[in-house]
Each structure stands twice: as structure tokens, then as C-alpha cells.
Design a protein around this ligand. Structure first.
Ligand SMILES: *[C@@H]1O[C@H](CO)[C@@H](O)[C@H](O)[C@H]1NC(C)=O
Ligand SMILES: *[C@@H]1O[C@H](CO)[C@@H](O)[C@H](O)[C@H]1NC(C)=O
Ligand SMILES: *[C@@H]1O[C@H](CO)[C@@H](O)[C@H](O)[C@H]1NC(C)=O
Ligand SMILES: *[C@@H]1O[C@H](CO)[C@@H](O)[C@H](O)[C@H]1NC(C)=O
Ligand SMILES: *[C@@H]1O[C@H](CO)[C@@H](O)[C@H](O)[C@H]1NC(C)=O
Length: 889
């Protein structure tokens, strides 16, 4: 006689949709809801929601203002220096207490706390990235159970750990002053950016940031479930691997059945569950006669999912377990192999055997307080990535492992995820308890996330190989071996080993940037992890002219590069007062967390543009914001176009670039940063341009030495095209083209970048009359055999706009109208207008195009409203700016 198996309802598993239970089922009692919260001396005591955090609770009860308002990050430092206690009381049913085991499960504790039930300490926490499970059955009573979680200040804890680590320093000790942050964040397993970063404030919060519950069962508990597609290249067939981690109080027998009804595939496995926690793996061969539809990245195909049903039945046929899960089929490889006879290795991803150019950006936490990051916020950001033709995001290692909804949406939208483990820009301690905690974190996260087809790569840290290799922390050479040893211990001996064991099918990198296989060969820390012949590269330069592609490394894969800009006035408005809204204000320097950042933006802008000269400070600030966005958009466009056109080329052994992920997609608050989307979701000019420079088919122009203009066609499509390029020479002084040239049609194979047009600029302009570099610019587009345009139009400036001759102030009128398709803006211009920018202020929504060069008298731009918006409302909110508006006539 087999006891019944009870499996609990766990909504936190990524791709699981439903847990149902046959017969009597395990009991789960949520302890989420309103708790009590107080500080050390109880001068503050208030109700607080779980999941949630201290800052949010204080704000909701009116104890503090919006923490993002003006200088509040400094004003509210006391919150993170204090110790806080969360407490609740609850009753439990007789039924629950009668179970043989009752567990207290805390899905996320931020961060250092002791947990008490009815006055008895049940455990401690020190890692916000893992779930904690404590047995509590013996402590429970029918009513008035008191659960208390006592938090120690994360800042105080980090300092204590630092002081206890006396043998040698673990740098950096503190962030640069300009970050206005806290010290020793590398000693605590908490979002590293919560102690400040160069784009975000220091809010080392505390709280129960995920759910809390009781789980009661009699025989066994399903701890983890994951389903992984496996592709057998030899047999050309799919199978599905189901991994379960079961914790059983005693041995038990069950028939496990895996069923994918849509693929006519089903198998049953007799299984003996051992006593204790153990992993069980089942493989289901997918019926060869079924047509498996694959998961493809955005732009390359669909994202078909299938239902996997997992059931367990006892010997007497009782249903013990009934799981429905979503599964996807795709394969992924990271290819590092010799490149065309020259030194170095390729570095690119193959999805379903097909090489894919990765286009996208880097993701940071969407808020300092994660309880504010709703599914709506996530969807809006991820849809924005898709709408800009991205196919990948890198979840950067200084933030958090994102919530399940994030990865579910990436699966559905075809967004690949480069997933870092949460270590960034530092050395880390390797004491036993630290490593133990990391191991548990890694194991749990890999189990939680490995079913997601979107995740194509694990990477153990951000920039820590580079930090050692290029000696960011001035480590004396005699001490270097200690740091190398710690590095290998943490990322290789522990993290990599665990990942290879739990998820062997997915590519793994030890760092980013890294030389990949070459770094491994050199003992995991390469001489130069930025070497463009290997692996991925991060590259930032604010002093070089960003329009000149010669400054950029011809990398195999560019995983970070970028430029800062200011967010729009409407985004800054709610967190500032009138006196703040000028470039020289204390606020303007307070929100800038990158050393010399505000100056760098202006210096880079001044390379090609006159700086705004309005005498009114607010107008000048608005113009400066606009110009920094123009600069950022142009710079990232130039660099991205360089990477995309380098996909098929090797120049001196460099090139074959197969990835371009600029830094960064989103913002954590309202401040200048490298983001293309402002806090709140408004697109910067860069994001609008990204939709074009990431388009599947794209014409790219650049100048090579000897005054030569080249135009390439870049195609990420699967099929071959035959294209020609049409080049129009325009004078800055007039709207009609001066002349137009067309190339011969040429083959553009799928997945390639091909030069289609080559001409000396002098010859090109001479053939066109009336033109020289200062008076004219080039517009160009691709056409297929039927004369239909393929991909976006593009343009190439022959001089800096500040030197352009004949560029006149443009009088642009805008009329908003509404028709059956929605809102649209009809624009008319009197002159050539660079960087036409439509701004709807605080009205949520996006324009169909923005930041464009207006070379025709009229253009209509759609407005996709984020909420019900009338034409009159848009008309009132709308402002139109183009470059000439920045300067007094
Ligand atoms: C209690 O703690 C708060 C926050 O740390 C502090 O501002 C306040 O002065 C303290 N009150 C007393 C009575 O000590
Ligand atoms: C917080 O707790 C630590 C450790 O018990 C203690 O040293 C510190 O003084 C406490 N902080 C406050 C503000 O009471
Ligand atoms: C595979 O599918 C075919 C129908 O296409 C069905 O006849 C066959 O029984 C299936 N095989 C298995 C092992 O389920
Ligand atoms: C701008 O153009 C509009 C309509 O085309 C016209 O009514 C207006 O006078 C012009 N403004 C200036 C300053 O030229
Ligand atoms: C949208 O606004 C219009 C005009 O204010 C109103 O008539 C309409 O009912 C609104 N629709 C919704 C869905 O709110």
C-alpha cells in the first residue's frame, strides 16, 4: 500500500501553468498580505505589504515622499542604515498541522535576516537571490502564530563582512564619490546596483520581496520541475527531458507519464522515489512522424509552444500529481572555431543550426523597488525591444535574476536572453559560507530558469575577468595569484561546475567581456579579455568622434557599447522643481552618477553640433536634452551599423561580427544614462533609430580612406535577395534632390552584408553639379527588382551639421488628426530639417517614427496612444523640434 503523494501548488515555476492534484492534495497557505513593520527603536511602526519592501511601505503610509524626488536618495539614507522587522500573526487549520511535514517557504528575502516563529529562531537568510525553506511543523499552534523576520541593515552587514575579511582586501572598497553610494556591496548577495551604480541611486532596501507561505505534505514534495528539449543531430529527432527534484519523507513508488498530445508523444516511467531530496530525469522521445514547430528568435520565425502533461499515479492508479507545462523546441550552440586561417576564433550563436546575428541591448533592474515592477511594466519594455527589431537582451550581472513573468514574455516574444549570474565589476570573497550561499543561489536559479528557450547563454559575471586582467583595482603583483585563485574558485570550480551539471546543453561563459575558449586556455583570465579576435567585447569611448567607425574595435561580438543622454523634460518633471530644470542646477549634477558624464555628453555633441544658445534657462535645458539624445542616437547608430556591416567580412583577421547589444535598454530612475528607454517607458530618440538600424534589411553607408563612399546591404533574412541601392544627393538648402544614382542589382544572400555601391565622394559630387561636402548630404535606400523599397531609408552626412552650408531654420507645422486607424500628425516643413523630434510630453504612447531627417515637404506620422487620447489632447501636448530650433536665428 503506497501512501498518497501530495504535490503542492507552486506558481513560482517559470513555465508551469497549472498544478492540479488528484485525491487529497498538499496544503499551501499563503502568508502574503498585510504585515506589520517597524524600525529598531520603534519610532516608526506601520502596516506593510508582503511581497514588498520598506521604502514602498513608508511611502504608501506617507512617512516619506517619492524616494526618486529630487535629492531624496540622500535624504533617505537612514532607511537603509536602520534595522527593520516584519511581523505577522496567523492561524493554521488542524488539517495542515496534521501533515507529517510543514515547511515555511520564503521565496525572496532582501537580504540579511533572522526568521522567528513563536519566539523560536527557525533560520537566517543572507542572499536575496534564493528561496529559503525552514521546517516549522513542531512550532505551529492553532491560532496566534507569530512570524517575525528581523532584518539587519545591508550596509552594516556588508561592512561587518568586510571587516571580518582581514587577510587581504576584496576591492573595490567603495564606489566613486559621484555615485553617492554605499561600500562593500561585493560582500553581500544582494543586487549589486542597489548600493549605487553609474546610472542609478543607492537604495539598499530591505523587505520580503517575494512571497511567503506554508507548505504541508505527508509523503513528498516537488521542489523543482524543468523540461528541456534535446536535439539528436545524428537521428535528426527531438526528445524532451523532464527533470524533477523531489524531497520524499520515505521511499515511494509511482508511474510517471509524460505526454505531449499535440505531438502524439507519450511514455510512462515506473519510478522509485528515494527518501530525501533527489533529482529524477525522464526522457520522452518525440514521435518522428510529428512535425515539430521550433522556437525562433524574433524576426526568424514563430515561437510555437506545446503542452507537456506530467502525471504520477500510485500502483493502485490514484492520481498523485498532475502538471501542465509549456515546452518549446529549439537548439542553441555558441560557435568558437578557427576563422579563415587567421589568428583568433569565431564567436557566434547558432539557433536551430542557423547562425543568428544577435541584435539588442542590455537590461538593468526596472526599478530600485522590485514590487513596483508590474507585469505591465515588463511587457511594455519587452514589447518596446521587439518593436525596435531586437532579438536579444542581456540580463546584466549587477542587478537581479528577473521575475518569472520576464522570461515567460521573452519566450513568447522571441527575445533571446543572455543571462549573467549576479556578480559585477568587483572581486568577490570566497569564504565557505559565501560560496555555499552562492551555490544554492546558482542551483535554484538554474532550476527555475532552464526550461526557458529564450535563455541561450549563462555567463558567470560582468567584467570581472577584465577587472583582473587590466588591473582596475591596483592589486600588487605579488598578491595577484590569490585573486586569480579566488576567481577560478568562484566562477569555474563552483558556478560553472554546477551549471554544467544541471544544464549541460546550454552555452556557458565565465565572464563578459571574455575571450571565451581562449580565456579558458589562459587559465580563465586572459591577458586581454577585450581582444577583438576572441569572444565578446565591451567598448566605451567618449572622447573619440563617434561618427568615425575607425575608432570602434572590429569585434566578433559587441555585448556592450553606448553613450549617455538626458531623459526628456516630461520624465524629469515629477521629480524636480522649477529651479532644478536647468543644465547648471545642483539637481542636474546630482542625477548624473558617471564621472564627468554631463561634460562628456556636451563634448561629444560639440564635435558635430553647435551647442544650444537660448538665454532662457528652461529652453536651454530642453534644447540640451534634445541635443544629447541626438548625439546618443547618432553615436549608437554609427557603431551598430559598423557591427552589422562587418558580419561577412574579415579585415586583417578581424570582423565576422555577429552581435551588437548596446548599453542599455532601460532606466532605473529619472536621470541621464545610456538607456534608449526612459524611466516610465518613453522612447528616447535612440530607441526610434534602433528600430531602423536593427531592421532585418538595412542599407549602411560609410567612408573609407581615399574619400571613398561605400554602401552595404545588410540582410538578416533567411532567403536571398536581389537588391540595388538608390542614392540621392540633397543640398541642405533645398528640399528636392539635386541628383539620383542607382547601382546595378546584385545578389544579397540571406544572412550577409554585401557592398553594393562604391564611389569617390569627389567624383560623386562632381557628377552632380552645385555640390560639395558642406552643401550637400546623401540619402539612400535599397530596392528590389520590382522597385519596391526594402528596409528603411538611410542617410549619410558629408560634414558636421554645424558646418553645413545652406541649412536654414525649418518652419515645421504639425496638425493632429484622427481617423479610423487612430491618431496621426501631418507635418509640413519649409526646409530640410535634421532630427525632427515629436514629443507628446507626459502622454503615454509612441510615434510611428521619430528623430528623422525630413527631406520632403510633407510627412505623416502615426501616434500609438498608450491610453485613450483625443486629437485635441495630443495637439495640446505635442511639440516639434528640429536641429535649427536650438539656435537663435
Ligand atoms: C529612532 O530611530 C530613528 C531612525 O534611525 C531616529 O531618527 C530617531 O531619532 C530614533 N528615536 C529615538 C527616540 O531614539
Ligand atoms: C542594527 O543592528 C546591529 C546589529 O545588531 C546593531 O549593531 C545596530 O546598532 C543596529 N542599528 C540600529 C539603528 O539600531
Ligand atoms: C506516432 O504518430 C503516429 C501518427 O502520426 C501514430 O500512429 C503512432 O502510434 C505514434 N507513435 C507513438 C510511439 O506514439
Ligand atoms: C510657418 O508656416 C506656416 C504655415 O506653413 C505659416 O503660417 C507661418 O507664418 C510660418 N511661420 C514662420 C515663422 O515663417
Ligand atoms: C475614449 O475617449 C472618448 C472621448 O473622450 C470617449 O468617447 C470614449 O468613450 C473613450 N473610450 C474609452 C474606451 O475610454
Amino acid at each position: 500500500m503506497i501512501p498518497r503523494v501530495f504535490i503542492s501548488v507552486l506558481l513560482s515555476f517559470g513555465v508551469l501553468e497549472v498544478w492540479r492534484h488528484g485525491g487529497v492534495f498538499a496544503l499551501v497557505q499563503s502568508l502574503d498580505g498585510e504585515w506589520n513593520l517597524w524600525n529598531s527603536n520603534k519610532s516608526l511602526s506601520l502596516p506593510a505589504r508582503v511581497p514588498g519592501c520598506v521604502h514602498t511601505a513608508l511611502e504608501q503610509r506617507g512617512f516619506i515622499q517619492d524616494p526618486y524626488f529630487r535629492f531624496n536618495d540622500l535624504l533617505y539614507e537612514w532607511i537603509s542604515l536602520d534595522n527593520w522587522t516584519y511581523a505577522t500573526t496567523f492561524a493554521v487549520s488542524k488539517q495542515l498541522r496534521s501533515k507529517r511535514e510543514v515547511l515555511l517557504v520564503l521565496d525572496g528575502v532582501d537580504t540579511v535576516a533572522s526568521v522567528w516563529l513563536n519566539g523560536v529562531s527557525v533560520g537566517r537568510t543572507d542572499n536575496m537571490f534564493r528561496r529559503y525553506v525552514f521546517p516549522v511543523r513542531e512550532l505551529l499552534k492553532a491560532e496566534g502564530n507569530a512570524l517575525t523576520v528581523r532584518f539587519l541593515s545591508a550596509v552594516v552587514y556588508a561592512a561587518q563582512r568586510r571587516n571580518a575579511h582581514a587577510a587581504y582586501p576584496v576591492p573595490p572598497e567603495c564606489p566613486p564619490d559621484v555615485q553617492k553610494g554605499q561600500c562593500h556591496v561585493n560582500f553581500i548577495r544582494k543586487a549589486q546596483s542597489s548600493f549605487s551604480w553609474d546610472w542609478g541611486p543607492s537604495f539598499p532596501g530591505a523587505g520580503l520581496w517575494k512571497g511567503v507561505r506554508l507548505e504541508a505534505f505527508d509523503l513528498l514534495r516537488l521542489v523543482h520541475f524543468a523540461a528541456l528539449p534535446l536535439y539528436d543531430a545524428g537521428g535528426s529527432s527531438w526528445s524532451l527531458q523532464a527533470d524533477v527534484l523531489v524531497d520524499a519523507l520515505q521511499p515511494a513508488f509511482a508511474h510517471i507519464t509524460l505526454d505531449v498530445p499535440e505531438l502524439l508523444s507519450r511514455a510512462t516511467f515506473p519510478t522509485n522515489f528515494l527518501q530525501g531530496a533527489a533529482k529524477y530525469t525522464f526522457a520522452l522521445n518525440i514521435n518522428a512522424s510529428s512535425d515539430v514547430k521550433l522556437w525562433w528568435p524574433n524576426g526568424l520565425g514563430g515561437q510555437t509552444s506545446y503542452r507537456l502533461l506530467v502525471t504520477a499515479r500510485s500502483r493502485d492508479g490514484k492520481s498523485l500529481l498532475d502538471v501542465k507545462s509549456k515546452v518549446y523546441f529549439r537548439s542553441v550552440e555558441l560557435v568558437q572555431e578557427p576563422v579563415g586561417g587567421s589568428a583568433g576564433l569565431s564567436f557566434y550563436f547558432r539557433i536551430n543550426r542557423k547562425p543568428v546575428f544577435l541584435k539588442g541591448s542590455n537590461w538593468i533592474p526596472a526599478h530600485s523597488f522590485q514590487d513596483r515592477v508590474t507585469p505591465h511594466v515588463l511587457r511594455d519594455l519587452l514589447q518596446s525591444a521587439v518593436d525596435a527589431n531586437m532579438n536579444v537582451l542581456r540580463v546584466w550581472g549587477g542587478g537581479i535574476y528577473e521575475q518569472d513573468a520576464f522570461y515567460d514574455m521573452c519566450d513568447e516574444m522571441g527575445l533571446m536572453v543572455w543571462q549573467d549570474f549576479m556578480f559585477a565589476c568587483a572581486t568577490y570573497p570566497t569564504e565557505d559560507d559565501f560560496v555555499r550561499s552562492v551555490r544554492e543561489e546558482v542551483s535554484q536559479q538554474v532550476w527555475r530558469l532552464k526550461s526557458h528557450p529564450s535563455i541561450i547563454l549563462w555567463s558567470a559575471n560582468n567584467e570581472n575577468e577584465a577587472a583582473l586582467a587590466t588591473d582596475w583595482f591596483h592589486i600588487p603583483s605579488w598578491r595577484r595569484p590569490v585573486y586569480l585563485k579566488d576567481y577560478v574558485k568562484l566562477y569555474v570550480d563552483n558556478i560553472m561546475a554546477l551549471v554544467k551539471q544541471e544544464d549541460p546543453g546550454r552555452p556557458f561563459l565565465v565572464s563578459s567581456p571574455t575571450n571565451g575558449a581562449e580565456s579558458e586556455r589562459e587559465g580563465y583570465v586572459a591577458g586581454d579579455p577585450y581582444d577583438p579576435r576572441y569572444g565578446d567585447t565591451h567598448f566605451y569611448s567618449y572622447v573619440d568622434d563617434c561618427w568615425d567607425w575607425r575608432a570602434f574595435p572590429r569585434a566578433r561580438f559587441a555585448s556592450e557599447y553606448g553613450f549617455q543622454s538626458w531623459p526628456s523634460l516630461s520624465t524629469l518633471w515629477p521629480v524636480s522643481v522649477a529651479a532644478d530644470r536647468r543644465s547648471s542646477s545642483r539637481f542636474a549634477s546630482h542625477r548624473q552618477r558617471h564621472p564627468d558624464g554631463n561634460q562628456q555628453m556636451l563634448k561629444q555633441a560639440a564635435v558635430h553640433f553647435r551647442l544650444p544658445d537660448a538665454s532662457d534657462p528652461l529652453a536651454r535645458f530642453a534644447h540640451t536634452i534634445y541635443l544629447t539624445q541626438v548625439m546618443q542616437a547618432q553615436c549608437v547608430k554609427a557603431q551598430t551599423e559598423f557591427y552589422r556591416r562587418s558580419r561577412s567580412e574579415l579585415v586583417g583577421g578581424l570582423g565576422n561580427t555577429m552581435g551588437a547589444l548596446y548599453w542599455q535598454l532601460n532606466d532605473i530612475w529619472q536621470a541621464p544614462s545610456w538607456s534608449s528607454i526612459e524611466f516610465g517607458g518613453k522612447w528616447k530618440m535612440l530607441h526610434y533609430l534602433a528600430a531602423d538600424f536593427f531592421a532585418d534589411v538595412l542599407p549602411v553607408a560609410f567612408e573609407d580612406d581615399d574619400d571613398t563612399l561605400l554602401i552595404y546591404a545588410v540582410s538578416d533574412l533567411s532567403q536571398d535577395l536581389k537588391l540595388r541601392v538608390v542614392v540621392s544627393v540633397h543640398a541642405w538648402s533645398e528640399l528636392d534632390p539635386v541628383c539620383t544614382l542607382t547601382s546595378e542589382p546584385a545578389a544579397v544572400p540571406g544572412g550577409s552584408a554585401v557592398p553594393l555601391f562604391k564611389r569617390r565622394i569627389a567624383a560623386l559630387l562632381a557628377g552632380c553639379g552645385r555640390c560639395d561636402r558642406l552643401a550637400c548630404l546623401l540619402a539612400f535606400r535599397l530596392e528590389d527588382g520590382d522597385g519596391a523599397r526594402r528596409g528603411p531609408a538611410n542617410h549619410h552626412f558629408l560634414c558636421s551639421p554645424k558646418d553645413a552650408v545652406g541649412l536654414r531654420p525649418a518652419n515645421i507645422t504639425a496638425k493632429v488628426r484622427e481617423d479610423e486607424r487612430g491618431l496621426a500628425v501631418d507635418l509640413q516643413t519649409s526646409a530640410v530639417a535634421p532630427f525632427v523630434w515629436l514629443d507628446a510630453g507626459a502622454l503615454p504612447g509612441r510615434f510611428g517614427a521619430n528623430g528623422f531627417l525630413m527631406l520632403s515637404r510633407e510627412r505623416t506620422v502615426a501616434f500609438h496612444a498608450g491610453r485613450n487620447t483625443s486629437a485635441a489632447e495630443l495637439s495640446r501636448a505635442l511639440s516639434v523640434t528640429s536641429l535649427s530650433d536650438l539656435y537663435a536665428p
